[in-house]
Design a protein. Structure first.
Length: 274
């Protein structure tokens, strides 16, 4: 029985591989990844059969990749192949608020989640808030932009998602569950900017833009329409606090509270451009 990890080279996947040292792990990668330090096999969601061929009865599958237009069909196909192979459990990464038909990742994940729930496979669906790991690439020249307004928004450290997945994949398979994963506190983006400034020792300002201007800003950065407009709208919607409540799920499953933003910043200072 193997723990098969897709998305193994990503921010969650690498932390998960680390947590699972000592277990029988097979990392699924698109390019040779000797630096992972575990058995790995080449496969691609774009050819679901390449992942299906790696699965055996009793395996436990961590289902995760970044998003692309073929994401929903590909992940659904891999779920079908996992059911056919007799996989014992699927732990899938989704997003808080995922629902079929929603825009952007929420809709893509919603379509996969619905398929997994009716697959007959034992499942856990992880529904995290936004990742703290996004922040370093968003801060440029002492600023970062959004259309969240002044409301509280939650961020989680992706390492805590990995720890939850590791717990689920190494204990006896439990009941099917949707698990909303959050960081310990929700903050306005002005407060987040203050924390980043304090951690880096230089001023970082959050610039709030109306939705059309944020959409134009995202377009200038290379995001095409309609995704740029959809993302700006999603930021504004998130700013109403709809996903700001916190859960105890990380602590319940890992035995420790989720990492704080200040702990993340301490560990990731070099990732922020000067
Ligand atoms: N970022 C956020 O704020 C946020 C919030 C909530 C939920 N999520 C969800 O979290 C997931 C991303 O997690 P992450 O942070 O670990 O992503 P990540 O760091 O971007 O890593 C993505 C991983 O997916 C792999 N991958 C991408 N396309 C693939 C394909 N066609 N076949 C095989 N592997 C493929 C990548 O492999 P390569 O190394 O070969 O590229 C990489 O290992 C997404 O489902 C996203 O919707 C993200």
């Amino acid at each position: 029985m193997m723990i098969v990890i897709t998305g193994a080279t990503g921010s969650i996947g690498r932390a998960l591989v680390e947590r699972l040292r000592g277990h029988d792990v097979l990392a699924v990668v698109r390019k040779p990844a000797g630096d992972l330090g575990c058995d790995h096999a080449l496969a691609d969601f774009d050819e679901p059969g390449t992942i299906g061929a790696l699965l055996s009865p009793g395996d436990r599958l961590f289902l995760n990749s970044s998003l692309w237009p073929g994401f929903t069909d590909a992940h659904r196909a891999v779920i079908d192949l996992a059911a056919r192979a007799g996989v014992a459990q699927v732990v899938a990464v989704s997003v808080r608020g995922a629902t079929p038909g929603a825009k952007l990742g929420g809709g893509m994940h919603g379509g996969v989640d619905a398929h997994l729930r009716r697959s007959g496979l034992p499942w856990s669906i992880l529904q995290p808030t936004g990742f703290m790991q996004n922040l370093p690439r968003e801060v440029r020249n002492g600023r970062f932009y959004g259309s969240y307004g002044p409301g509280p928004v939650n961020y989680i450290d992706a390492r805590d998602i990995a720890e939850v997945a590791a717990a689920l994949l190494t204990r006896p398979v439990g009941p099917d569950a949707d698990l909303v994963l959050t960081g310990p506190e929700s903050r306005s983006h002005d407060q987040i900017a203050e924390e980043i400034s304090a951690a880096l020792g230089r001023p970082v300002r959050y610039v709030d833009l109306p939705v059309p201007e944020m959409a134009a800003h995202l377009e200038r950065q290379g995001l095409p329409q309609p995704q740029a407009g959809d993302l700006a709208e999603l930021m504004a919607a998130t700013g109403d606090g709809r996903w700001a409540s916190t859960t105890t799920t990380v602590e319940d499953l890992t035995g420790h509270p989720p990492r704080s933003l200040s702990a993340f910043l301490t560990d990731h200072k070099p990732a922020f451009a000067t």
